[in-house]
Design a protein around this ligand. Structure first.
Ligand SMILES: *Cc1c(COP(=O)(O)O)cnc(C)c1O
Length: 376
């Protein structure tokens, strides 16, 4: 599209750049779904910018709907939530360059401590008591203190608490089988959490808040709920267990920027991997793999325009995709929905995940910075 036509579109008001819109009402509905399934406190996990939906937007909607805690991976993410006025307790759990006790205390956030070394380093620098959650490995071998060293970690935490450098306020684990609705498979992690809680109590550290489950456990297995559940994917409508219909909380739209009539036998895109088999119309959307559209061959992928689904054809380019609209010739500026809350012809994140052979999380967290953000 040349400069003149862009200017004309802007003037006519039809031009709306590619936009990822977040739907706070869907986040609220998803929190309500969780609350219907558990009496435990709900922590809204808004890491990775709220799974691509905007951490502050998702956090505000979730807290307003009854989430009592927030969770992020870093203290920096937590600071942004505090700066936005969110006052509920916040837990952070990844500290690749060590826990910054001063920043944690200044921001008023809790930190998860997943190893004896991490706790030792924290105790060496903590001036005022830092609120900590002992992160126990309950079978994932990705984070948390391995079982063989729980006693050592708990003993060190007790000494740290006596010296007023830390306060143990939580005990956490994580379920390795996030994408399976199978209570039997969670049993050993649940037993591990009970054991960790007993050991902490026996050490004279009281009964700190215990938390194990993420979205899948919250939706499918009450035995995993303990005092709090940590829900991330479910907030934005993704159910990894595939058992509950949640509410999609985002919508990606893009305007048609170019439309042409194409005769049968027209090759489309790089290498001409798609050739029209009839006279048709082709439209271009200004989104490509640099914006997070999967580049893998996606023969079933399509977008919604005015209530109908049209296929994406040819290779996905860095900045553009082409759709085949058949007999329809949509004018430039017509809005296409790439994904949104499922229903009718609109593809959902689940559809994209299936087309690309991945999970919905990677689609929505992959939408790039050129795409404008808005809130419904
Ligand atoms: C991401 C994360 C969660 C949330 O998981 P979902 O499946 O997205 O709900 C919970 N706990 C920890 C430790 C996490 O890293």
């Amino acid at each position: 599209m040349n400069r003149v036509s862009v200017a004309l579109e802007r003037r006519s008001g039809a031009w709306r750049p590619p936009t990822l819109q977040t739907l706070p009402s869907a986040v609220a509905a998803n929190v309500a779904e969780m609350r219907a399934r558990t009496a435990s406190t709900i922590m809204a996990v808004v890491k990775a910018d709220g799974y691509g939906h905007g951490a502050v937007t998702v956090a505000r909607a979730a807290v307003a709907a009854g989430a009592g805690w927030l969770g992020t991976t870093s203290v920096a993410e937590a600071s942004a939530l505090r700066a936005a006025g969110l006052a509920v307790p916040i837990l952070t759990w990844l500290h690749p360059s060590g826990i910054d006790a001063e920043a944690a205390a200044a921001t008023g956030v809790d930190v998860a401590v997943g190893s004896v070394d991490e706790l030792r380093a924290l105790l060496a620098q903590a001036a005022s008591p830092v609120r900590i959650h002992l992160h126990m490995d309950t079978g994932m071998s990705r984070g948390g203190c391995p079982r063989g060293r729980w006693d050592e970690l708990i003993g060190l935490a007790r000494r740290g608490q006596r010296a007023r450098r830390v306060r143990v306020v939580g005990v956490m684990g994580h379920l390795p089988l996030a994408d399976r609705a199978d209570p039997a498979a969670n049993a050993s992690a649940v037993a591990g959490m009970h054991e960790a809680r007993r050991a902490v109590r026996a050490a004279g550290l009281g009964s700190p808040l215990a938390h194990l489950a993420a979205t899948s456990g919250t939706l499918t297995d009450p035995a995993t709920h303990f005092g709090m559940v940590r829900v991330g994917a479910g907030l934005v409508g993704i159910d990894p267990s595939g058992t509950v219909e949640m509410h999609g909380a985002s919508r990606l739209t893009a305007p048609i920027v170019h439309t042409t009539a194409a005769p049968a036998g027209t090759p489309v895109g790089y290498a001409g991997t798609y050739v029209t088999d009839r006279a048709t119309h082709l439209s271009v959307l200004p989104l490509g793999y640099a914006d997070g559209i999967p580049r893998e061959r996606l023969p079933q992928a399509g977008v919604e325009i005015r209530g109908r689904r049209f296929p994406i054809v040819g290779r996905v380019s860095m900045d553009q995709i082409v759709i085949d609209t058949g007999a329809e010739a949509f004018p430039v500026g017509t809005s296409a929905t790439v994904f949104g809350p499922e229903g009718g012809a609109t593809p959902g994140l689940r559809d994209w995940a299936r087309w690309a052979g991945t999970i919905p999380h990677t689609i929505v967290t992959g939408i790039g910075p050129r795409v404008r953000r808005s809130i419904a």
